[in-house]
Design a protein. Structure first.
Length: 363
């Protein structure tokens, strides 16, 4: 009788390098195929950066489930732990006729630097737009200097925060969230910047997602995020409107999906969401996709961390004396190191992935 060695309990890694080592070790334990796609830049600690794709299941599968971590770098700490858990606990019971691909660290630079954005200060989930006519967000320009001021001393933080809260009260919090976070394309050193063209991770997705899908005709995607909503709560967010077929399939799979287009979600309606771009790369595939968003702390605390990070990289020194405190502030906004938080995420993630696999198997 063979006794299976107990899998290690997943932990929230301290660094990108640690997270990558743990996911690759979990992949080896599970016996899955692993392909590394190195990033041209080194990490904050000089480590190699890469998007790693870990695949279980037959190449000829008619259905594929893709689970993505690290679209917003720092959010990859939780996503990586969930992917590691799946490899250790669920990969061996995967339905034989479904291929599962884990995309680890879609934005490895942000993951390494403990930032939400990439090497270009670009929010990857605002980068998938029509670059012949980028969206306008004039409201952001009116508060850009308040969001990321030239100084980050205590007096400036207090004054600008007060002014921003007054603006939120004037226009309403929902409208304020939309102005700040829906995406902006005119302030490269600001927050939620969508860029000026397709960034490295964008180009990687456009090239390699069709390879991951292969000959499959049904595709499920779960994009893992943190930072919005009540602590530990996992909301499924659709980029589609509630009358779209993909939204309807999502509700069939999972029971409740919230449309950001229709204002149902904790997220503002976004410009340049990568899930909305998939159809152009795999036009003949039935796609059911959602972001799985886990809450951490309140919205203002999250916003303050992003403001501090943007200031550090625009006007401060990312390796200077203030850097570690700001990185710790950002991590705390997107990752709760209490093991109970991760346990709550695992339970929700298990239910979502299991339901997706059952739906893909049912055909």
């Amino acid at each position: 009788m063979t006794t299976r060695t107990a899998s290690p309990t997943p932990q929230l890694a301290a660094t990108y390098g640690e997270a990558r080592s743990e996911i690759l070790a979990a992949g080896a334990r599970a016996g899955v195929d692993v392909t590394a796609f190195p990033h041209p830049s080194p990490g904050r600690l000089g480590e190699e950066l890469a998007i790693d794709v870990l695949t279980a299941g037959p190449d000829e599968a008619d259905s594929v489930l893709v689970i993505v971590s690290g679209t917003h770098g720092v959010e990859g700490y939780a996503g990586s732990a969930l992917q590691q858990w799946w490899l250790d606990e669920q990969s061996r019971t995967r339905p034989d006729d479904v291929r599962v691909a884990l995309v680890h660290a879609l934005n490895p630079v942000g993951f390494s630097w403990v930032r939400r954005v990439n090497e270009d200060n670009v929010d990857l989930n605002r980068n998938f737009v029509d670059w012949t006519s980028p969206p306008r967000n004039d409201g952001y320009g009116e508060i850009a200097d308040l969001l990321v001021p030239l100084e980050w001393d205590e007096a400036t933080q207090e004054a600008t925060t007060t002014a921003l809260l007054e603006e939120a009260d004037r226009v309403g919090f929902g409208r304020f969230q939309e102005i700040v976070s829906s995406g902006q394309y005119a302030h490269p050193s600001g927050i939620f910047h969508g860029g000026s063209g397709p960034v490295w991770s964008h180009r990687w997705l456009a090239r390699h997602l069709p390879e991951i899908v292969g000959s499959a005709r049904r595709l499920g995607i779960i994009d893992l995020h943190t930072g919005l909503g009540p602590s530990g709560h996992g909301e499924l967010i659709s980029h589609e409107a509630s009358d779209d077929p993909g939204y309807a399939r999502g509700t069939d799979w999972w029971g409740k999906v919230r449309s950001m287009r229709d204002g149902e979600s904790v997220s503002a309606s976004l410009e340049g969401d990568w899930l909305a771009a998939i159809e152009q790369w795999v036009p003949d595939v039935e796609i059911t996709a959602a972001a799985l968003e886990f809450g951490t702390v309140d919205t203002i605390t999250v916003l303050q961390s992003l403001r501090a990070d943007a200031w550090l990289h625009a006007h401060g020194d990312p390796n200077g004396p203030q850097a570690e405190a700001i990185r710790s502030q950002v991590r705390a906004a997107f990752v709760d190191d209490d093991p109970a938080w991760l346990a709550t995420l695992i339970e929700r993630f298990d239910g979502i992935t299991s339901a997706a696999l059952a739906a893909l198997t049912a055909g």
